[in-house]
Structure formats: C-alpha cells, structure tokens
Design a protein around this ligand. Structure first.
Ligand code: TXA
Ligand code: MG
Length: 372
C-alpha cells in the first residue's frame, strides 16, 4: 500500500552480499537473526549445503529442518504443483506470515531428502525479521535454518550467544540485535486430519491466537496436552521427544509452587539449595543462578538464603511474552557467569507461557515443588 520502501544502509547491504556469497558460492552455512531465535542458514535446495548445517550443529540426521521463504511464490516453488492450499492454511498465512509460525506442507523433489530427514512433508515459515527476509530475497533462495546452536544447547537469541557457541565453525554471523520473540516458531500440521490443526511444537504464535483466527469450526490440538502420537514419540520429528534439548552446561532445576503430585514432597527453597550444594559441589562455594519472575515468592525466598545468587529476570508474571523473550538469554547468560546450578521458576502455561514451559521442562533435569 503506502508503506515507503526501506533501503538498507551501505554496511547492511554489503553484509547481506557477503552472506549471499557464503551461502551460494562457498556453499557454507551462516548465522542470521530471525524474530524468534538466531538461525544457522544454508541453501535449502542444495544437499551438500544442508549437510553442513547438520555437521556444524552436531545435529542428528533424523531431525528435519525448517525452510524459510520470503514470498508466497517462493513457497509454491517448494510444493507439488497439484497441491491445493487447505482453507486453514489460507487463514493462518493471512494472519501470521511473515511471523513465528511454521506449517507442514507436502514436499516436491526440489527439496533434497536430507533437509526433511526423509519425511514426505517439509516445514516452511516466512520470518518477519527484516535481515532474514532481505537475505532470502537477495539470494533468491529458500534457506533451511535450525536454531544456530550446537545440538542440545539453548537456542541463541543474541549474536554474542552464537559467537560463544559456534566461533570458528562458520564464516559469518549477521548481528540483528536481540530477538523479539525469544522462543522458536510454533510448528503446526493442518494436513493430517480435516478440520484439525495439530500443534507439534508450541512457540511464538500462541494456541489462543491460532484458535481465534481459525474459529470454532477448527479444532486446535496441542501435542501431549490434547493428543498423543506414538509415531511422533518414537520418531524425533518434534524437538525434545528423543534428544536432550535446551540444556546449558550446568544442571537446570525447575521450581514449581503448584501442589506436588502423589509421591513428591513440598520443600523449602533453603532445603533444596542445601541438597543441591551437597550433591553438585559440596567442597566449593556454591553460586546459584536464578531465572525467575520479578517480585515472586520464589525470588524472595532464594535471595533470603545465605547462598550467592546471580539473578536474571523473566519479567512480570502478567507478561508471558516477556518470559519467552528472556528465557534462552537467561539460561545462556547465567551459564556464562560461572554458576553451579540454574533454578528456573515455572510460569503459567497460558499464551507464550505454554512455549516457555515446553522449553523449560526439556532443559530441566529435575522438578522440585517449593513451599513459599
Ligand atoms: O523459530 C524457528 O523455528 C527457528 C528459526 C531459526 O526459524 N528454527 C528452529 O529450527 O527452531 P529447529 O531445527 O531448531 O526446529 C525445527 C523443528 C524440528 O526439530 C522438527 O521437529 C520440526 O521443526 N520439523 C521440521 N520439519 C518437520 C516435518 N517435516 N515434520 C514434522 N516436524 C518437522
Ligand atoms: Mg533448535
């Protein structure tokens, strides 16, 4: 419509051109910012380029990648000519693209099997970050991009996190600042059942938003909450099902204030810390990382102990989007500050809180129930 054209600065343009040469001429993966997390991007149509994503990350070959596009014609170029867009997908594209929503499509032969780990479907999203969109458009190439971290580590939401993890392994990191969303895209499958959209991975687009846009006529089902899928559970087509995920180098403990299930006890924060101290490093001074909501009872209880607490805020309880934005940054930042354990306060599983708790449960080696 009347939006003015956005012209990149000379330095941004030259960085994008260098990235394009790395991707297309040198056939190497590079790191780029998206609105969700930083991605490790390579030419999705070229099998050896895609193979380098897997080797750079140490990613298991059976975990498929998301392909990023900058336009609807580019999406079409990846799909069988006969594919008819389901009405649910029309609505989702209109509402959420460009943005943090990934959808499964039937794949055509232009996508090499390594990209989809042999699946007949390809996961596609159109990112909204201007650097990601500009790079895809400038290179005129769909880019396969998982999160730009070594497999098993938290996803990077700042260029500095990528540098710490992948220094020496990639030729270029495009720095686009801190990611706004902070957790990965929502992955949905609207192909497998008519009138149903399955959420394979909760993410930046909330289940509440999906349901609002799709309307009463479509069922939105969340994996593990609303349905089980033995095929997904045995094949790792959804992150965290089979492999260790989102784990910093130090142990992560999830603290919940909800009533414990049968067989689990309620404990004070102080007793939990004494026990962790004894089991993790009894000899040393014990520095505790705390990722918690501002002014929460858990925060107060931790600070009141005699332990040295390094805090990183998940923001206000009323703002799950803020917790999502800060989660991976908090895990990676605390991990880099020499703490011996990271305690994470659970948040309510509504809106972006669903994606936050999905990641925290996978990062955490154990759950403790706290009396405050
Ligand atoms: O926000 C994001 O999605 C980020 C940024 C970089 O765009 N990317 C990202 O990629 O999170 P990754 O590889 O960390 O997670 C992609 C997940 C895979 O683990 C897989 O579970 C799912 O998407 N996926 C990809 N292709 C699939 C397929 N054909 N069927 C089912 N799940 C698929
Ligand atoms: Mg990942």
């Amino acid at each position: 419509s009347s939006a003015p054209p956005v012209v990149p600065s000379a330095s941004t343009l030259s960085a994008l051109q260098e990235a394009t040469r790395d991707l297309l001429d040198r056939q190497l993966p590079i790191a780029l910012p998206t609105e969700t997390v930083y991605g490790l991007a390579a030419n999705a149509l070229h099998a050896p380029s895609v193979a380098r994503i897997f080797s750079t990350k140490g990613r298991p070959a059976d975990n498929p990648l998301i392909v990023h596009v900058s336009s609807l014609p580019m999406l079409r170029s990846l799909l069988p000519a006969a594919f008819v867009m389901p009405p649910e997908y029309e609505k989702l594209i209109a509402a959420f693209w460009p943005g943090p929503l990934t959808m499964l499509f039937p794949k055509s032969d232009v996508i090499p099997p390594i990209c989809t780990a042999g699946q007949p479907t390809v996961a596609v999203r159109m990112p909204s970050h201007p650097i990601a969109r500009a790079l895809i458009a400038l290179s005129n190439t769909p880019l396969a991009a998982p999160s730009a971290n070594s497999s098993g580590k938290p996803s990077p939401t700042k260029a500095i996190h990528v540098l710490h993890d992948l220094r020496g392994k990639i030729p270029l990191i495009l720095d686009g600042g801190a990611c706004e969303v902070g957790v990965e895209s929502t992955v949905v499958d609207g192909l497998s059942q008519e009138g149903v959209v399955k959420v394979l991975r909760p993410g930046g687009v909330t289940v509440e938003e999906l349901q609002r846009v799709l309307g009463e006529g479509t069922k939105v089902l969340v994996h593990k909450r609303d349905y089980e899928d033995s095929e997904i559970e045995s094949a790792p087509t959804t992150p965290g099902m089979k492999y260790r995920h989102y784990s910093p180098t130090v142990p992560v403990v999830l603290l919940l204030t909800s009533p414990p299930p049968a067989g689990r006890k309620l404990e004070s924060v102080h007793d939990i810390l004494d026990e962790l101290h004894a089991s993790i490093s009894p000899q040393d001074e014990f520095k505790v990382g705390l990722l918690s909501l501002s002014d929460s009872d858990i925060t107060k209880a931790c600070i009141a102990t005699h332990y040295e607490v390094q805090r990183f805020s998940l923001g206000k309880r009323s703002s799950p989007a803020e917790a999502a934005q800060r989660l991976f940054d908090g895990l990676l930042t605390l991990d880099g500050e020499g703490v011996e354990v990271i305690l994470v306060e659970g948040v309510e599983e509504v809106k972006e809180g669903l994606a936050v708790m999905n990641r925290v449960r996978k990062a955490a080696g154990e759950v403790r129930y706290v009396s405050v």
